[in-house]
Design a protein. Sequence first.
Length: 445
Amino acid sequence: METLNLHLTGDMHAVTAAHNMLAAMIDNHLYQGNTLGIDQHNITWRRVLDVNDRALRNIVIGLGGREDGVPRQTGFDITAASEVMATLALTSSLADLRARLGRIVIGYTRDKTPVTAEQLLVAGSMAVILRDAIKPNLLQTLENTPVLVHAGPFGNIATGNSSVIADLIGIHGGDFLVTEAGFGADMGAERFFNIKCRTSGLRPDAAVVVATVRALKAHSGKYKIVAGRPLPEDLLRENPDDVAAGAANLRKQIENIRLHGVSPVVAINSFPTDHPSEHQVIRDIAAEMGARAAVCTHFADGGRGAVELAEAVSEAAEEPSDFHFLYPDTASLRDKIAAVATRVYGADGVSYSSQAAAQLDTYERAGFGHLPVCIAKTHLSISSDPALKGAPTGWTLPVREVRASVGAGFVYPICGDVRTMPGLSANPAAARIDIDEDGVVVGLS
């Protein structure tokens, strides 16, 4: 567990090193005369660190004497938010990775011309650093099922999916390939369909929507849930009516799967505090939507607890597939954003800050308009407002900023208060992890 959770064979370290190599080359280029004419006030490439540290979100570098570099404002993101991580997740080969790294845009000249890692002569060094990280990590479950674990693109601002390479390898390893798309069907599945499948060329036969009793109760809007605090006692009591009150969220997520022509299966992830009457409500919702459903107890019972789900997925995968993307490559960036906002999130429309509008115009002029969009928003609601539960309507998606991950291959609008460098909580996990006298790591759970 400690290898998986703390390091995962060095991929995080390799991504951090490659990303910061580019950052160092940018500042060295400025110091050595800036022959590319980079506008130091329009440099979009920040540094990264695999530690939650809010104090590094905004910093000034280059302070000191003349030999200490060019002073400018910048900051740190968490490594999972690095475009290098997203690029690693979406590449299909070492040659493709090298080309994508070269296309990374680090900023712009004063006339808004993009400047790339290739122009800074650093993409080759970055590829060398990543030459081992590009290989997926082979692990196994407690029941000896092989699992490919590879890459960790930040679910808020990137794809939140395992790597394309892992899928391309895994598809040859058995009758079924199960791959994850995290942060809700409105985010993970939408990005899997419209970004990852565009890159991999693979087409899904079925999609599993994981639902829990407590999540649907939370989407009823009747409970105040605070991160890091125990769940309200009332939420854990038997109350099928509250499950039904949150049903709009599940219905919309099933619709979002069907929107892409894929057969949905609802996995009811069972907790010890659940009641059969509450599971039945979820089964009824799925049946009403024409989707299969299965109760899962795999956390307690291992593979035996997921047999019903496996059978339902197998049946769904046999149905004719009509998979299709939500929008064509040729659509404008604004049209792509509107398609996701209105059809997947249920928004009435999209509003843009003056900064976001100008950025979109810049990206279209620079030739990035063919890229798919990866909308960065909260995972706590289908909307951009974490306080809105269920499947809210009558709202507008506010885009405050837009960034281009040209190497990874997408443009990401930022909606609401989305942080790319998290902060530690009042009781961080780091305070509980230790090593005993026998060298065994303790405190991970």
